[in-house]
Design a protein around this ligand. Structure first.
Ligand code: GLC
Length: 445
């Protein structure tokens, strides 16, 4: 199918909070927390709606307290939280008038979105909804290459009575409910269109025509004019959303830099995955956050609460470790973005006005050499304890010999560092740039 050209998506103008925030929490939570083996379990095990209903009957999140989630997010330094209102299995966390397949009718016995929204606002966090375009429960959603019944003997007859027009009305109606009944919603993360590529695997794939994306997005904008919408309706949204990889540079569309957010997991699975031990170490998660900001992007880091409704100890440990670093270093993240100065290897730069932050991914021995910054820095300190570090400019003509290090290329600023690495996951230098450096900075564009 002809795919619309993705015009350059502007840097989000109507919601400056988003790029200020830089760091959010993704929450994947629903019936799939009970099988506890990935949120695509219904697809992977080709489970029928009937077989899957055993989880519906036993969904009883007695420990669910979204204030705990919100506090854990805030303490980790996260500024917004995005919760799955409905995932691909079709189960709805809110008290939808359009279906019985909802938390209200499980042992949970109530709308689970309302307390979530209230908890976020109480903690001063922005509210995000994830909403699956895909629905493996709805009787009108046609079986296709990613559907749990994709290998059924009678796909033809299964699809004979299905009417995607009825499903579209349901999809639009539920999005209307979510954007009408819960006050201001700051971010909407649709997921996902699959019409191109993987031809054999994604046969019968669905995209903007199946969702009626243009009308859906128009309704979203009408109901919530300030909302941020992602790019998975197969028409341009406000940002692009690389997933489970770190972009090599700023995300571009048609040669233009765009607002972007990488969504990442702690262990590769979005939903709670009990036996999955593939956890990313905390310092790697911090480096991913820094790496993204150094390229002008956000990080949306996922947790998958358990069937009891609580965050598991491993997830809590990861969040606490990140929070410890953010307590000392968040001013190098919030409102910061890419710098046009070239960073040395094993380092990333984030810049916010006249502050340039040097994130040292490897602790060098006594000296770090910063290209193009000679004469442009007034003062420098270790951010964690605001202790001064000294600036030097090594003579480019100096021949390296015995105890004397060789010179550096012209324009290099050398900073002398303590031998002992500060006891933080990623040490950061805070450089105070001279106004001339800024003027040059703006000249860089
Ligand atoms: C992919 C997965 C889905 C997950 C989403 C998060 O689309 O299929 O399970 O919710 O990524 O962005």
């Amino acid at each position: 199918s002809e795919r619309p050209r993705m015009e350059g998506i502007p840097l989000i103008q109507h919601a400056p909070w988003f790029e200020e925030a830089r760091f959010g929490m993704f929450v994947h939570w629903g019936l799939y927390a009970l099988p506890a083996r990935h949120e695509w379990v219904m697809n992977q095990e080709e489970t029928t709606v009937e077989e899957y209903s055993k989880y519906f009957r036993r969904f009883d999140p007695d420990l669910y307290d979204p204030r705990e989630w919100a506090r854990a997010a805030r303490n980790a330094g996260m500024k917004y939280v995005v919760l799955t209102t409905k995932h691909h299995d079709g189960f709805c966390l809110w008290d939808s008038a359009l279906t019985d397949y909802k938390a209200t009718n499980t042992p949970a016995g109530r709308d689970l979105i309302s307390p979530f929204v209230e908890a976020l606002r109480a903690e001063g966090l922005k509210v995000g909804f994830y909403h699956s375009l895909i629905d493996w429960h709805h009787p009108d959603f046609t079986v296709d290459g990613v559907h749990p019944q994709r290998n059924a003997a009678d796909v033809e007859s299964l699809n004979a009575g299905r009417d995607m027009d009825r499903y579209r009305q349901y999809l639009h109606g539920q999005v209307r409910e979510l954007l009408t009944n819960y006050g201001t919603i700051d971010y909407l993360f649709f997921d996902f269109s699959y019409t191109g590529g993987h031809q054999e695997e994604y046969w019968g794939g669905k995209g903007r025509k199946d969702w009626d994306s243009e009308a859906l997005l128009a309704m979203v904008r009408e109901l919530q004019p300030a909302i941020v919408v992602n790019d998975r309706l197969e028409i341009p949204g406000d940002l692009v959303t690389p997933e489970q990889y770190q972009p090599a540079g700023p995300m571009m569309v048609d040669g233009e830099p765009v607002t972007w957010e990488a969504c990442q997991t702690l262990n590769g699975s979005w939903g709670y995955d009990r036996d999955n031990l593939n956890y990313k170490p905390v310092d790697l998660l911090i480096r991913m956050l820094v790496d993204g900001v150094s390229k002008g992007g956000n990080l949306l880091l996922n947790v998958g609460p358990t069937g009891r409704g609580s965050l598991d100890p491993r997830a809590l440990g990861s969040l606490e470790g990140i929070g410890e670093w953010m307590k000392l270093h968040s001013r190098a993240i919030y409102g910061a973005g890419a710098s046009s100065y070239p960073a040395p290897t094993d380092a990333r730069y984030t810049q916010r006005g006249d502050r340039l932050y040097v994130h040292l991914f490897a602790w060098p021995f006594e000296y770090v050499h910063l290209p193009d910054l000679a004469g442009k820095v007034e003062y420098a300190q270790l951010l964690n304890d605001a202790s001064e570090v000294f600036l030097r400019e090594l003579d480019p003509a100096q021949q390296a010999m015995n105890m004397t290090p060789g010179g550096q290329p012209p324009g290099t600023l050398t900073i002398k560092l303590p031998v002992q690495k500060p006891d933080v996951a990623v040490p950061v230098l805070e450089l105070f740039l001279k106004p001339s450096a800024l003027r040059q900075e703006s000249a860089h564009g």
